[in-house]
Write a protein that binds this ligand. Structure first.
Ligand SMILES: Cc1ncc(COP(=O)(O)O)c(C=O)c1O
Length: 410
């Protein structure tokens, strides 16, 4: 539990003092040690071997904040790997983080811990819908959403974003809904396009959700990584019509590069899902590990300076990508994202075909995420992850430039 008055956290019975750094505007820059990245067992650098530069899965090459590493190291050094601290404390810290950064004061009683955002998403789908029920997605979309729908036997209701700017088309949304549609899976900021949906787009979703009595599951795990000019507004404070029909997914995993900690939360403003979870055996729902809990709490309490630095570093990398593509591969179209460290690259004017990531991996030693996997409007695209050093990103772009040059010659 976090006491905003004293700045103290209660962890598993003991009281620890949290270092709450103010947000400063000279947060510095984050650096990358390539040898250190290559020594990691994680899939980003491990999957494709030493000859491939990885710019695919959404992990960053920067070390997580020192405060998080120190907290976890402390637990390991004490041999403190017994039961607990349990995940209950996450709720207070998540609520405090949302309040401080996004002007939303979630109801702590409605927050539940999960081992990942996708865990929460699948539990929500499984408990609120039946086989064959319709689930809306705005494509292209982070492809595990599509897998979650298919794997649970639900029906995908595809609402393609408008490729010119990746906006939600209200009429297309209205037309896609029928009386077997039950859920909207929303992702804001949006992966892979990096869009932060505006008030009109959000209002279109709210209108349809209210009219058809739909549950909206909103994945907002990218909400902290917005760029200058964009503002992340949680759906929970965006429109009254979401009240009673909204599940918000949150975690520290994208913001602080902690995906391996397997820790997330869901704020559940939906009585039937809260009741279903009450009725579900506790261990079937699972829970984050003690290291996931203390690492996430450390991130949400003492790492605001790191957040400033990571945003600044990502913004510089995105500018680098834009500059280099404009100069060296102008046939690759790239609209700078409003959030995330992802670029949704349009290769349709190159000779790299429907799945440019495949050719880039096989022939040019660079791993991007395959566009067609993201569903409608994914053909001819690939997703790049720019959260690395200037030097590594330059090397990644060099390989893309080579591929584009050679494909236009062939
Ligand atoms: C939009 C979105 N949701 C969920 C996830 C996965 O999160 P988790 O590992 O917590 O399930 C990602 C990972 O990149 C993501 O981009």
């Amino acid at each position: 539990m976090f006491d905003t008055r004293t700045g103290r956290i209660r962890q598993g019975g003991a009281i620890a003092v949290a270092t709450v750094h103010p947000v400063s505007d000279d947060g510095g820059w984050l650096t990358v040690d390539e040898a250190r990245c290559r020594a990691r067992v994680g899939i980003k650098w491990g999957k494709h071997g030493p000859d491939v530069l990885p710019a695919w899965v959404a992990d960053m090459d920067f070390d997580p904040p020192a405060a998080v590493l120190d907290t976890i190291r402390g637990h390991v050094e004490r041999g403190d790997l017994g039961y607990g601290p349990f995940a209950g404390d996450l709720a207070e810290h998540y609520a405090h983080w949302q309040d401080r950064h996004h002007g939303w004061a979630p109801d702590v009683e409605r927050i539940r811990p999960f081992t990942s955002a996708l865990h929460a998403l699948e539990v929500a789908l499984w408990n609120t819908t039946e086989r064959g029920d319709g689930v809306v997605v705005f494509t292209p979309i982070y492809y595990p959403f599509l897998d979650a729908i298919a794997d649970s036997g639900r029906r995908r209701v595809d609402v393609p974003l408008d490729p010119d700017g990746w906006r939600i088309d209200r009429d297309r949304l209205v037309d896609a809904i029928d009386d077997t549609t039950r859920v909207v899976l929303f992702c804001n900021p949006h992966n892979p396009t990096g869009r932060v949906f505006d008030d009109d787009e959000v209002a279109a979703v709210a209108e349809v959700a209210e009219r058809h009595d739909l549950l909206v599951v909103t994945d907002e795990i990218w909400g902290d990584l917005v760029h200058p000019g964009a503002v992340h507004r949680p759906l929970a404070v965006s429109d009254e019509r979401f009240r009673g029909r909204l599940v918000t997914l949150g975690s520290a995993s994208k913001t602080f590069n902690l995906a391996g900690l397997r820790t997330a939360v869901a704020h559940i403003d939906h009585a039937p899902l809260l009741a279903a979870l009450e009725a579900m055996p506790g261990h079937l729902q699972g829970s984050p590990s003690s290291l996931g809990v203390v690492g996430t709490i450390a991130a949400w309490t003492g790492c605001d300076d790191w957040l400033v630095a990571v945003r600044r570093t990502i913004a510089a990398r995105l500018a680098q990508l834009a500059r280099r593509l404009a100069a060296d591969a102008p046939s690759v179209r790239f609209d700078a994202p409003e959030a995330t460290y992802l670029g949704w690259l349009d290769f349709r004017q190159t000779g790299l075909g429907d799945d440019p990531a495949e050719a880039l991996l096989e022939r040019f030693g660079v791993a991007l995420s395959s566009g067609p996997k993201f569903g409608t409007n994914g053909a001819g695209f690939a997703r790049i992850n720019v959260a690395t050093s200037e030097r590594i990103l330059d090397a990644v772009i060099d390989r893309i430039v080579d591929a584009v040059d050679q494909s236009s010659i062939a």
